[in-house]
Design a protein around this ligand. Structure first.
Ligand SMILES: [Zn+2]
Ligand SMILES: [Zn+2]
Length: 280
């Protein structure tokens, strides 16, 4: 195992112990995060996609400029990795995932399953929804990683992801309080103005709020009264290296309860923040 994978595995264990109320989330999704990292390290990087810099500056994410995937991408190894991880984290789906793995090995085309596109919108079968969602995440993260260096010097001031056009699921404050948004789908990170709502572009501080929890000043949730969405924010300006953004988001899931209870919707729905509807 590489150092990065070892530290991710350790971080999952540490957070599960430090946040017992969300330990079941780490048990369920931990294998998916670890397997994604392992798969990305074992898989050759994605071929860079062309960037039209003028269109990019005008707000056209790479996905809006052209396809991010080709059929020749490593779909079956990604599908097998996702099926294995879901089988470990979600014992109820283990049998089904073992069956899927057999079918993928026998030649079922994961590229076609995903319809060559990104995250699936509506799929009623929970195991299938989870599988397709993480298959998209694995593949998109591979593209985002291979594009990160080329995108870093380019100007991007939208609240959606410059790679896949997805909305952020988490903001991280780094040095000097600079806010970085984390894409829910491809894990790309980009800097964004601290007071603007990434979802609707609203800038009026009167209509946005920052909620804190007593005794935990470093983490907060940004809520926008204009579009009724929220974004959880982790303050990592102390700078203790890179922490996996999905792990930070899961350890702050209590903010999802608070914000959703106040009638706000997550900026990006993730499998761990899409809580059962609380009907009045
Ligand atoms: Zn993205
Ligand atoms: Zn808004």
């Amino acid at each position: 195992m590489s150092n990065k994978l070892i530290s991710l595995t350790k971080e999952i264990e540490r957070l599960a112990a430090a946040h017992p109320h969300v330990a079941p989330l780490f048990q369920a999704f931990g294998p998916l995060l670890a397997e994604k990292e392992r798969w990305l390290q074992e898989t050759p990087p994605a071929t860079p996609v062309p960037i039209d810099e003028d269109r990019y500056r005008d707000g056209a994410a790479l996905l809006q400029q052209g396809p991010l995937f080709v059929e020749a991408d490593p779909w079956s190894s990604a599908g097998l990795a996702v099926a294995r991880a879901i089988g470990q984290g979600f014992p109820l789906f283990a049998e089904e995932m073992a069956k899927w793995a057999k079918e993928i090995t026998a030649g079922v085309d994961c590229y076609a399953l995903l319809d060559g596109g990104t995250a699936p919108e509506a799929d009623d079968i929970p195991s299938r929804k989870l599988f397709l969602e993480f298959l998209a995440r694995f593949m998109l993260t591979r593209v985002a990683r291979s594009m990160a260096k080329s995108l870093a010097p380019l100007t991007w001031n939208k609240g959606y992801c410059p790679v896949c056009a997805g909305l952020p699921h988490l903001a991280i404050l780094r040095d000097k309080g600079q806010r970085f948004l984390q894409c829910a789908h491809c894990s790309h990170e980009w800097p964004f103005s601290r007071l603007t709502c990434p979802a609707c572009g609203h800038e009026d501080p009167e209509n946005s709020q920052i909620l804190f929890i007593e005794g935990h000043k470093e983490d907060s949730v940004f809520t926008c009264d204009n579009c009724k969405r929220y974004l959880i924010t982790g303050d990592r300006s102390g700078g203790l290296g890179q922490v996996n953004a999905d792990l930070i988001a899961m350890s702050l899931v209590h903010f999802d309860y608070i914000a959703q209870d106040k009638g706000f919707q997550p900026m990006a729905a993730c499998p761990w923040n899409t809580l059962p509807a609380t009907e009045e």
